[in-house]
Write a protein that binds this ligand. Sequence first.
Ligand code: SF4
Ligand code: SF4
Length: 298
Amino acid sequence: MTDGLVFDVKRYAIHDGPGIRTTVFFKGCPLSCPWCHNPEGRLFDRELMVWPDRCIECQICASVCPNSSISVLDNSIVTERDKCEVCGVCAEKCPASAREIVGKRFSVDELMQEVEKDRPFYDKNGGITVSGGEPLSQPVFLHALLRKCKRKGIHTTVDTSGYADRRILIKISKNVDLFLYDLKVMDSKKHELYTGVSNRRIFENLELLHTLGKNIIIRFPLIPHVNSSKANISAMCEFISRLRNIEEIDVLPYHGLGVEKARRLGKEAKIFAKPTAEMLGQSLRSIRSFGFIVKTGG
Ligand code: SF4
Ligand code: SF4
């Protein structure tokens, strides 16, 4: 049976497409954007998340860990992550919910059961949004899930970086009502420097979806000194202007919430400045001047 790795199911989501939605977050992404607000979605594997501020120092975790990965140092709990095998025993036993395993395998039917619970709230235009991580990186699972949703008459949205094999995109797109498509940095070298991949395939895939006549909303994460320049925003708008069925750009100002999440995973995240109100206003005006509908936050 087809199954996939999911790190969250968010109910009553109102910023991930039209209406009230269930957003399913697939785990694993081929990009490595340092501003990512979902760092727990990057790795294609389960991970241990730790909240030191919730810890009551009962030391139960240290006593149950089968790999002796947890020790007490100066009255603090220390986890040696290179020894951790993400078995989840410490998370099960922790009485303070200070430890959690992120990432759970779902079959399509199990996930559909979760989605069906929210169906009464969808009304006319709500539905499911598959986000991540990068949903197109689990194509078999994604295809099976979307096909099932469409058979049940549920509106489907896919939130993607666009970094995927074009054959996968063509197959998946048949069961997608709306794409939320990220454009991050227009300069190819800079894009590769920040995300680890070239943006060429992302542009080609956006053109492909346009040719296929799909509904697309662009998502633009606004990060000062990364992609906030007038030149970058103009280049993005000029590119999108050539794709005539795209009318809306959603601007997502960097908020830095991923930094703390990354720490809970035992990783360091780069901290960027948050856009000022003036910068945000200028960016919105600049995008509007190209005739697009612009929303902040999706
Ligand atoms: S997840 Fe398992 S191996 Fe890792 S620290 Fe917890 S108990 Fe130890
Ligand atoms: S079991 Fe939980 S509360 Fe107790 S020491 Fe470990 S992390 Fe802290």
